[in-house]
Design a protein around this ligand. Sequence first.
Ligand code: PPS
Length: 333
Amino acid sequence: MSSSTEVEQKDDHFEELFQRLQPKKPVAGSLLANYQGVWFGADLLQATLTFQKHFKAIDSDIILATMPKSGTTWLKALTFSIVNRNNHSVDESPLLFSNPHHLVPFLEMYLYKDGNIPDIDAMPCPRILATHLPYQFLPSTILDCSNCRIIYLCRNPLDVFTSILHFVRQNRSASRPLESVDVPFETFCQGIYPYGPFWDHCLGYWNASLKDPQKVLFLKYEDFKKNITCSVKKIADFLGHPFSAEEEEAGLVEEIAMLCSFENLQNLNCNKEGEIQTVFRAKHSSFFRKGEVGDWVNLVPPSMANRLEKLMQEKFGESGLTLDIHGNSVGRR
Ligand code: PPS
């Protein structure tokens, strides 16, 4: 983490605010409160408010935005490699020694957690920073900075739901098998989990990308899986740093795609060992589970999948946003 200059204390006003929101406990875990239409745990909400109050964007900032479990780790590794490709060769990439979450830190969940006000001006530019916050929660300083770019990665909600359940189990109760999905699925469909609801999150960034495509790039995890080289080039183009003909001929796009592939990252010691303490503690290895499209078929029954598909159609309405909910490339196991 960059060195903190100040620490803001969680004051009584915050506790009062949280209690006024009448938090509830939807499933095992912490209390969640609905703040301006979005669900937060107390630590996360405090971190969000600190971030909104103190963060100052600069034109060269690159903000990676995702709903948790949508491929954030992958997007961080790719963007870091694309942006820093002139600073070091792929053979000497810092990704070989550091988990992507340490190279591209989360804003609210990490840098601004526990009332920290980090000295992010000390970070080298361009700063690549990540958030799980919905678009409307981004501080105006990000939205008003004319050149600051936002990349959003979206994923099939059934795979997101499946990934969340495995992640929680891996970090909290790895020895126990996954319990019934009925209750967590119900709360997912109600949007009650950190940063939820899913559909509002996607729609916020989707609409922003339609309104200002120079500023917000909307991507899908499934498209990364289909054609990663095309996605790598798209990110580079969007960031105004396209691959030159020489770089393409030298195979740099493919090298970056290989470096950031699930198989490669999962097998690195820095990702097999260690952990990160954000607003919760997570093993590095828990960010690399299967990395497949459609693994939900091993957890979610078809009737539930149909229900979520209908819900998404209803919520996305005429927005033009579509997600291939039933698409899968893995069979039931
Ligand atoms: S987090 O906690 O929000 O940062 O998690 P996030 O990285 O968004 O999501 C984790 C899921 O992404 C998969 N993953 C990858 N897929 C493909 N390629 C690469 N390189 C990669 N890295 C992580 C990871 O396995 C989780 O998905 P599931 O379905 O659980 O395997």
